[in-house]
Structure formats: structure tokens, C-alpha cells
Design a protein around this ligand. Structure first.
Ligand SMILES: [Zn+2]
Length: 684
């Protein structure tokens, strides 16, 4: 009888650990929460009736004893050293250089992991049972926080897994809190009138310092293991193998670790991972780069402060606190209403920041940014400044939630959510705010490149009614301009000349500047080259448009709708009336067979900025040329984009004519500039 009860208790404990692991570590629960609770309930009941069978490793004992009196300081069997931090690629390359010298020519193998911004801890398992949890402390001794770590759901109290249980397993890692848990906790803290936490790390540290495990169990802390302490009965040969063993025992390990044989691979992965850190539910503050092989680690050794075989590449987080003075919406060229926080000017990393985009209404709600709030603004790397969080503890009650306008703030026109449902747009096609943005876009360098027609001037032109439609810029006269701010006779004359000159930029630049949805520089060129002049494009069916290489159905629909709209037809008529060149230019206008291309063989290599490789090949064939993939003596031209690789070398070795992107476009008549004779000259 007792034996079968003991068996059932053991089975329940095992099942609960397994399902816990499925839930927390694999994020793939197999049973419902209700079923899980039933297992727990049954176990609790059996243990209540048979107290002699209760063991500290039972999942019912996570919140085992009562509060403790204070923290016991315990020595680490292996010291917990710190990591050297770097902030630049250059420093990581220096690290690689040092490693290579010390390894005397042997190739280092690196493993890269996310650097979780939590609180370091070490977990010790004796014969598979969680026996001791310590903080890092000064690295030599740490505080005993076993009672609190037992409440961390993804730390198993008993190791699972198929293999034999090692006599001693000590892992080091980070205890952390997710962003969603932090917001939940802060909401509760605020409601209870208690202090809220500034960030995930502070909340984690605060929770681990609690004396009462019942309190810390409500904090939903999590854990990731990232390195080894004292090991007995386990002899992994590499870090990757060690992580596999730990994972196999049921302990979560840092996600997304990758192994590389070169520092270039390491740095590329770091750049990628650091860019994506904003999308994670936990905080990371960089990447950790380690030597994977334990034999190599041994040879590299340690300095007194930190091991020589690892380094952290930290993101330089430039943060500053400031206040939100107001929230306003800006209207973009397609009518998008973008909320912008006006800030008390603050200096971050040498730049003055006085406004940051809040992106959209959902984002304001998610971060709960209110007018009057103290906020932390961050500028990380090349990313533009953004609001990280609101300092909730500084709220006085005087802050006002922002109400998103129900009409366009500029023209009072109707607004609506777009298809995706995230952005709100002004639906009025003659909205002056949209008009200003569209004129700016048309006049910009990549489009019609009208020198002197800048934002301040455009504002005046629209506000004073001199420009009330995009094409009105071509009706402007010098004397109308002379009355404007900072506009003399000479500058007015210059501007009129610049506007006049812009009429000759050609169809691609006009198309790219009209602000048709999905039509940027590249698509505009494809369309211009396909049709050669505007009328053919206007008359094309949606199917015809979608069949053009590089133009998909979405772009085709957008173009088709634009040229079927009254506004679109009107714009074209006005442009024609003012004599704007709506063709692909003189000499090399149409994509007809080209003398220089006929029966010539081309190889395209590397990355081109305006077309994909296959689009470029299609263009070449349309112009009468042939394309192949390998360079040989029969190749007439190699078109080389960025990072061209071995084909370029081969072309040079064989004396094949190499064209860069610009030369190729000139030769094909794709650029606005006339094709100079030498570029179309053929073989050397
Ligand atoms: Zn509007």
C-alpha cells in the first residue's frame, strides 16, 4: 500500500517536472493548466496524508520554509570571475588578435551568446537535487539565495533527462524578469501604493533580496544558464557540448548561441542579434563571445580579474531622462498621422533631442506615455532616439493621457485606420500637410532634385496658397516668390531656374517622386524602362504591370489605381502641360535592342543597388544581350556590384571588360544622364 502511494508520489513529481519543463523551457505545453493543477493538487493531497514522504525536491516545496532571518555568505568552489567589456568591433578584433597569438596559429572556434541583463547566480545540484543557490557577490563569496531560487519555475528542483545524473553539477547563469512580467508587477505595485521598479534588472535584484520566498514566488522570475562552475562526473569538451548537457538535464540555457570559426562571422551575428534585441521580451545588453573548446580555454588561462577566453561586446546605451511636454501628430505624405512627443530638450551622446516619434496609437498605449510624464529616452548605436519607458514612480497624477485625434489636425479631414490596422491616415487627398510632404518628396535629391526648394519655403508656399496642388510648383513666378521670407530677387530667380531645370530629369525620377504607394526609386526605374513614356504606363492593365520582372501584384495594383484616379490623371495632365519630360530621355530612351548589347555576352555578379541580379539579366536580354553565369574568354562584359567575389578576379585575369553599376546603366540608357561615348564603347 505505502509502496504504491510512494510510487504514485514519485510519478506525480516526475510528471510535474516534465510538464513544467515543456511549459517553461520548450514553450510547448502538452497539457492544459487545469490538468497541470490537478496533478499538483493530487500530489499535495498525498503528501499531506503522508508527511513522512515529503521531500525538499518535491515541486510542492518550491516555497518550502518560511522567511529567513538574513543572508548567509558562502564561498564559491570555483570563483565567479567577471567579463571584460568592449564596445566596438575594433576591440573585438583586437581580442581575436590576442587569442590567435596565444594559440600560436591554431584556429580559434568561437561561441556567441546573448548577454542577458539580469542578476548572476550559481546553482548547485548534488546527485541531481537542487542544493544551493548563490549570488555572484564579490566573485569569491556569494549570498545564499536558495530559498528564492527554488521559487523560479524554470529552475528544476530535481534534474531530469535521459542520461546518468552527475554527482555535482554547478551552473552559472542569469536570473531575469521579462518585460511583460515587469509591467504586470509594476501595475500591482502601483495599485498597492508601493514603489515601482525602473527596469527588469532592478526588479530581479529586488526580488532575490526578499527574505520571504512566498513573496518572491509571486514575481515570476526566470533563469538562463550560460556557464559552468564545479563539475563532477561530466567532462564536456566544449561549451556547446556543455550547454547541450545542461539543456538535457532540464535547465534552460541562453537562447540563440552560435559557433563560428572566424571573427567576421562572430561580428556579423552580433550585429544582427543586437539589432533584433528590441523585439525580445527580456532585456539584453550585448553579446558574449567565448572560446568554445575547453582545451583552448585552458591554454589561454585567466588574468586576475577575468578569463582571457571570453569578452563581452556591449551595446552602448545612451539614455537620458526627460519630460514629455506635449504629444502632437504629424501628417506624412501619404496622410499617416504619426504621434511625436515634444520633450524638454536633453543631450544624449552629444546630440540634442527635443522630440521623438511615438510611432502610432498602439505604441503609446503599450508604453502608456502621457503628457507630463518623465520618460527615459535611449539612443543606441545608429538607431534614432526612442522612448524606452515611463518613470512610473515619478507620476504625480497630473499627467494627461493622450487622446488620438479623430480628425486630421491640419485639415480637419476624416481619418481612418489603414489595412494593417496600426496606422491612422488623413483621408483628404488635398490635405495641406500631406501636400507639403509630397512637395518635399518631389523636390528631394533622389526625385526632381530642385535646389533651394526646402521645407521652410514649401511651408510658406502652401500656407500662402501659392501651391495648392503638387504640380503648382511649375506655375510659380519669380515676383510671387520675392515677398517670401529670406527671398530676394536673385534667389527667387535662381529658384525659378532650378524648377525649370527639374523638368528634364526624365520619367523615372518623376514617377519616383510622386509618392505613389510602393513606388520608390527602384520600382520607378523598372516602370520607366518598361514603358519608355507615361502614356503607355497609364494605359497598362494591372495584369500587364504585374508581369514586369520585379513588379509584383501589390505594386501593380497601387500603380494601376493611381493612374485610374482623378488625382493621378490630373497630375499627369498638369505635368505635360508644363512641359515636364515624361519619357526615359532622348538617345537611349526605350528598352529596344541596343547596338552595344546585341549578341554580346554578359555576366552579372555581386549586389547591385537598384535591381536584383535576375532583373538585371532580364534587362540585358531585352536589350539584345545574352547572359551566362560563368566568366570565360567568351564573356564580353562583367557587370559588378558590391562584393563581387571571384568572378571579378577572373574577369580581370582574362581581360574581360568590367562595368560598375553606373557604367552599365549609362550603357543601357537607364540613367537620366546621357550616355557618354566611351561608356558605350564596347571592347577595349
Ligand atoms: Zn489632413
Amino acid at each position: 500500500m505505502t509502496e504504491s502511494i510512494q510510487d504514485r508520489i514519485e510519478e506525480l513529481r516526475r510528471l510535474i517536472e516534465v510538464h513544467n519543463q515543456r511549459y517553461y523551457i520548450e514553450a510547448a505545453p502538452e497539457i492544459s493548466d487545469l490538468e497541470f493543477d490537478r496533478l499538483m493538487l493530487e500530489l499535495r493531497e498525498l503528501e499531506r496524508r503522508h508527511p513522512e514522504l515529503v521531500s525538499p525536491s518535491s515541486p510542492t516545496q518550491r516555497v518550502g520554509g518560511g522567511p529567513i532571518d538574513g543572508f548567509r555568505s558562502v564561498p564559491h568552489p570555483v570563483p565567479m570571475l567577471s567579463i571584460e567589456n568592449t564596445y566596438s568591433e575594433g576591440e573585438v578584433r583586437e581580442f581575436d588578435g590576442r587569442i590567435r597569438r596565444l594559440l600560436e596559429g591554431e584556429t580559434p572556434r568561437y561561441i556567441v551568446e546573448q548577454k542577458i541583463d539580469g542578476v548572476s547566480a550559481s546553482l548547485r545540484y548534488d546527485h541531481g537535487l537542487f542544493s544551493l543557490g548563490l549570488t555572484r557577490g564579490d566573485g569569491v563569496r556569494g549570498d545564499d539565495i536558495t530559498h528564492n531560487l527554488r521559487t523560479v519555475r524554470d529552475i528544476p528542483l530535481r534534474l531530469g533527462g535521459p542520461g546518468p545524473v552527475p554527482p555535482v553539477l554547478e551552473v552559472r547563469g542569469e536570473v531575469y524578469m521579462t518585460h511583460s512580467e515587469l509591467s504586470r508587477l509594476n501595475r500591482l505595485q502601483a495599485e498597492a501604493g508601493e514603489r515601482v521598479f525602473a527596469n527588469c534588472r532592478n526588479a530581479t535584484a529586488g526580488s532575490l533580496k526578499l527574505l520571504d520566498p512566498r513573496q518572491s514566488s509571486r514575481r515570476n522570475l526566470r533563469f538562463f544558464a550560460h556557464s559552468e562552475g564545479c563539475l563532477e562526473g561530466l567532462e564536456p569538451s566544449s561549451h556547446a557540448a556543455f550547454l547541450d548537457m545542461v539543456r538535457g538535464c532540464g535547465i534552460p540555457v541562453v537562447p540563440h548561441s552560435r559557433v563560428y570559426d572566424s571573427i567576421d562571422g562572430v561580428l556579423a551575428w552580433c550585429a544582427n542579434a543586437l539589432e533584433e534585441r528590441e523585439g525580445l521580451d527580456y532585456e539584453t545588453d550585448g553579446m558574449v563571445i567565448k572560446i568554445d573548446s575547453f582545451a583552448q580555454r585552458e591554454r589561454l588561462g585567466a588574468t586576475s580579474r577575468s578569463p582571457r577566453w571570453l569578452i563581452a561586446l556591449k551595446v552602448e546605451l545612451w539614455q537620458a531622462e526627460t519630460r514629455v511636454l506635449d504629444i502632437r501628430v504629424q501628417v506624412g505624405k501619404t496622410g499617416t498621422l504619426t504621434p511625436v512627443a515634444e520633450l524638454q530638450t536633453v543631450e544624449i551622446a552629444g546630440t540634442r533631442v527635443s522630440r521623438v516619434s511615438l510611432h502610432n496609437a498602439d505604441e503609446i498605449a503599450r508604453k502608456d506615455v502621457r503628457i507630463g510624464d518623465h520618460v527615459v529616452v535611449e539612443k543606441a548605436g545608429k538607431i534614432i532616439p526612442h522612448v524606452v519607458r515611463v518613470e512610473l514612480e515619478k507620476r504625480t497624477g497630473a499627467e494627461r493621457p493622450y487622446l488620438f485625434p479623430s480628425a486630421c489636425p491640419v485639415c480637419q479631414g476624416e481619418v481612418g485606420r489603414d489595412e494593417g490596422g496600426v496606422y491612422i491616415r488623413c483621408l483628404n487627398p488635398s490635405c495641406p500637410a500631406q501636400l507639403k510632404e509630397r512637395v518635399r518628396f518631389l523636390a528631394s535629391r533622389k526625385a526632381l532634385d530642385i535646389e533651394g526648394l526646402g521645407p521652410a519655403l514649401i511651408d510658406q508656399l502652401v500656407d500662402q496658397g501659392l501651391v495648392s496642388a503638387l504640380t503648382d510648383i511649375y506655375s510659380l513666378e519669380a515676383r510671387q516668390l520675392e515677398g517670401l521670407d529670406r527671398m530676394g530677387e536673385k534667389s527667387a530667380q535662381n529658384l525659378i531656374e532650378a524648377i525649370g531645370k527639374s523638368k528634364g530629369r526624365g520619367l523615372a525620377r518623376v514617377l519616383g517622386g510622386l509618392g505613389i504607394r510602393h513606388i520608390g526609386e527602384g520600382n520607378a526605374r523598372l516602370l520607366a524602362n518598361e514603358f519608355g513614356e507615361i502614356r503607355g504606363l497609364m494605359e497598362a492593365t494591372e495584369e500587364r504591370l504585374a508581369a514586369i520582372p520585379g513588379i509584383g501584384p501589390v505594386v501593380a495594383e497601387s500603380v494601376y489605381r493611381f493612374f485610374r484616379s482623378r488625382a493621378g490623371v490630373e497630375i499627369v495632365r498638369e505635368l505635360e502641360r508644363h512641359g515636364v519630360d515624361l519619357t526615359t530621355g532622348s538617345g537611349a530612351a526605350r528598352l529596344e535592342e541596343h547596338e552595344e548589347f546585341r549578341d554580346r555576352t554578359f555576366v552579372v555578379t555581386g549586389t547591385l543597388s537598384r535591381y536584383s541580379r535576375s532583373e538585371t539579366e532580364t534587362l540585358i536580354r531585352k536589350l539584345g544581350g545574352k547572359t551566362t553565369s560563368a566568366v570565360s574568354r567568351k564573356t564580353d562584359f562583367v557587370v559588378a556590384g558590391r562584393d563581387p567575389g571571384s568572378k571579378l578576379e577572373k574577369a580581370r585575369a582574362l581581360g574581360v571588360r568590367v562595368l560598375d553599376e553606373e557604367e552599365f546603366e549609362r550603357m543601357a540608357g537607364l540613367s537620366g544622364a546621357p550616355a557618354p561615348g566611351e561608356a558605350a564603347g564596347g571592347r577595349d
